[in-house]
Ligand binder design. Sequence first.
Ligand code: SF4
Ligand code: SF4
Ligand code: SF4
Length: 246
Amino acid sequence: MMKKKLAVFELTDCGGCALNILFLYERLFDVLEFYEIEEFHMASSLGDGGEHFDVALVTGTVSSHRDLALLKEARNRSDYLIALGTCATHGCLQASVELPLKEKLKAVYGDESNPMRALDPKPVVEYVAVDLAIPGCPYDKGELFQALMDIAKGIEPVRPDYPVCIECKLNEYECVLVKKGLPCLGPITLGGCNAACIRSGLGCIGCRGPLPGEVNPAGEFEVLKELGYGEEYIVRKFKTFARWEP
Ligand code: SF4
Ligand code: SF4
Ligand code: SF4
């Protein structure tokens, strides 16, 4: 069997989503049964692995012209591109600050000059078409593993289309919104993480981004207001991971 060629491209981010691939541990060997990893800077000092990839994983936001060039290269050289992690799918924390780039540069560096040719951080999906988006900060490793296995077998990966609340109920976790008044965004957040934060007694902070389709953020807004949270706090919470989402 010919192995598929896999590449990992890292744009600007915290490195967590690339590292999370290595945290597949023994399942990484299962991945290697089907894939040859041709490019993965975090894991190998070897250079450019080839001209063409069957699958490319791209992490991070486009935050500089260097990122943009790398993303276009990844898209042009791969058949199937996966935006991996919330930086790539929604912009995540680094894209959450709603200030013009010049003001951000001035706040951090003291002047507006831009020698590193920074861009206002945007998710990968704002620049190129992606074949699959796997959100999460970081994403669920099981979801990536399953997607890679499916693609290797010629199956289109299943995409979750339900809110975090569904997995929370299936696990029979106590509702922290109702019982503790915590500002849980589970009702409007895309599931797929198996309600990881609620398992620890925390509210969902929306790291997988908004559930597309029939969600009701206005209803969630009202519920949180009734619990005593301020409007500005709620709006900022909604936008933390997904400012680029309509
Ligand atoms: S999505 Fe989160 S964990 Fe992944 S690279 Fe971005 S900030 Fe890091
Ligand atoms: S704790 Fe959060 S995710 Fe779970 S049911 Fe309540 S609102 Fe939904
Ligand atoms: S519960 Fe919410 S914040 Fe926690 S991992 Fe899942 S989507 Fe992210």
